[in-house]
Design a protein around this ligand. Structure first.
Ligand code: SAH
Ligand code: SF4
Length: 435
């Protein structure tokens, strides 16, 4: 995951019964199958976690649990508001719901959050959380505060199937898609941690909310980037459903203009991303030559640079006011020459792209194959792109001391599982030699 992404947030940035079998199932569609749980993860106590579910789904569950249609509609509206807009974690706190109704809800439903396994605070203010799903998969989330905004970098998958050579997440063995609840749950957890839910009384849904209380002004968390672990466009439906909750005016109420989705170039899903989610797009370009991009972003062998840039040119909603961000990692003697910079400008102009470029100094991790470009090389590269009329700021790594910088995200659980495997191998070898 990354560090610089945070910086461009402002401009850029079940059916069936709840008790149905919810084993992992393959992602439908034409791409690499990634295991994904159904939208309602089963719980040992049989209750259903409402987080991640849209209002209509909550209404259906209430009706299935015995409320008549009218009551189910009203209650789902109230509960939705309390869950996503007010951030309450107990049904008891829902003061406009009859006292007798609250235990009924508590017996059948829960209001979940991802479990926090670790929380780190960097000397530069960056915060990183290691989170755990109910079935024991770890993933990470990072918050990067800046002078004028605070950006939350969230994960869309546990690990990533794409194996970009410079990215630590790409080396993870464990992979599954995160559910809508696990995705939106990250934003909710961040608001919990930052103390940023609206406070004050709420007598009823028709009450006119106090604007000072309910706008995002003054909040630390202003922007979201889907730049943590995983490839969001390989988990399209869940990411879309989660973002809809984030953007819903009666939900988390964050503008689509403050959300940026980063893709390594899953061309067939880009148009739907613009149409169905409508957020800002960031593209991990990283190289302008086929041989180099094939090496560092292996997905390039499937969807090449020209195809990718054409999909960017066709991205719904892109304009000079809403430019596409091209992420370019600076790897010493790999993709950082003057010639590369000139070719970058030429390509972006050829496709007439409303573009800005983010130059990201490579963040090394143990065992990585590359070195970071020298600062003067990065400056020279940036100057050439600027002279070509395209903004190309260099992103300062943030949170390196806590392993929160772009590309450094790889969970302790994964590291532990490898350590565990090593221990088991050593124990097995000992047993063998003892026998
Ligand atoms: N899978 C998506 C989003 C998550 S990766 C994508 O690839 O776009 C988000 C960003 O982190 C990408 O731009 C990626 O290039 C960057 N990144 C990965 N490893 C990095 C590293 N070691 N140093 C700096 N940035 C890195
Ligand atoms: Fe996956 Fe993005 Fe890392 Fe590539 S850079 S391995 S697509 S998370």
């Amino acid at each position: 995951m990354c560090v610089r992404r945070w910086n461009f947030a402002a401009e850029a940035i079940m059916c069936g019964s709840p008790m149905a079998n919810t084993d992992l199932m393959p992602t439908p569609g034409a791409f690499d199958p990634v295991p994904t749980p159904r939208d309602i993860t089963p719980r040992a106590d049989g209750r259903v976690d409402l987080i991640g579910l849209p209002k209509a789904r909550i209404r259906d569950l209430f009706e299935a649990a015995g409320l008549d249609a009218k009551a189910a509609k009203l209650r789902s509206k109230q509960v939705f508001h309390w869950l996503y807009h007010r951030g309450v974690t107990e049904f008891e706190a829902m003061t406009d719901i009859a006292k007798t109704m609250r235990p009924w809800l508590t017996e059948r439903f829960v209001i979940g959050r991802p479990e926090v396994v670790e929380a780190h605070h960097s000397t530069d203010g960056t915060r990183k959380w290691v989170l755990r799903t109910a079935d024991g998969n770890d993933f990470e989330m990072v918050f990067i505060p800046d002078a004028d905004r605070g950006t939350l970098c969230i994960s869309s998958q546990v690990g990533c199937t794409l194996n970009c050579r410079f990215c630590h997440t790409g080396t993870m063995r464990l992979v599954r898609n995160l559910t809508p609840g696990e995705i939106v749950g990250q934003v909710m957890l961040a608001r919990d941690s930052l103390g940023e839910w609206p406070k004050g009384s709420m007598a009823g849904l028709d009450e006119v909310e106090d604007s000072a209380e309910y706008t995002s002004d003054g909040r630390l968390l202003t922007n979201i980037v889907l730049m943590g672990m995983g490839e969001p466009l390989y988990n399209f439906d869940n990411v879309r459903d989660a973002m809809k909750l984030v953007m819903d005016g009666d939900g988390l109420a964050l503008s689509k203009r403050r959300i940026t989705l980063s893709t390594s170039g899953v061309v067939p899903m880009m148009e739907r991303c613009g149409e169905e989610i409508g957020v800002n797009l960031a593209v991990s370009l990283h190289a302008v030559r086929k041989d180099i991009r094939d090496e560092i972003v292996p997905l390039n062998k499937k969807y090449g640079i020209e195809e990718l840039l054409q999909a960017c040119a066709d991205y719904p909603g892109a304009s000079n006011a809403r430019r596409i961000t091209f992420e370019y990692i600076m790897l010493k003697d790999k993709n950082d020459s003057d010639e590369d910079a000139r070719e970058l400008v030429r390509l972006l102009k050829q496709y007439d792209l409303p573009a800005k470029v983010n130059l990201i100094p490579f963040n090394p991790w143990p065992g990585s194959d590359y070195e970071t470009s020298l600062p003067e090389r990065i400056r020279a590269f940036s100057d050439i792109v600027f002279e070509g009329g395209i903004s190309a700021p260099v992103r300062t790594p943030r949170g390196r001391d806590i392993g929160a910088a772009c590309g450094q995200l790889k969970t302790a659980a994964e590291k532990k599982s490898r350590a565990q495997r090593d221990r088991e191998a050593a124990e097995a070898a000992e047993e063998k030699s003892a026998a």
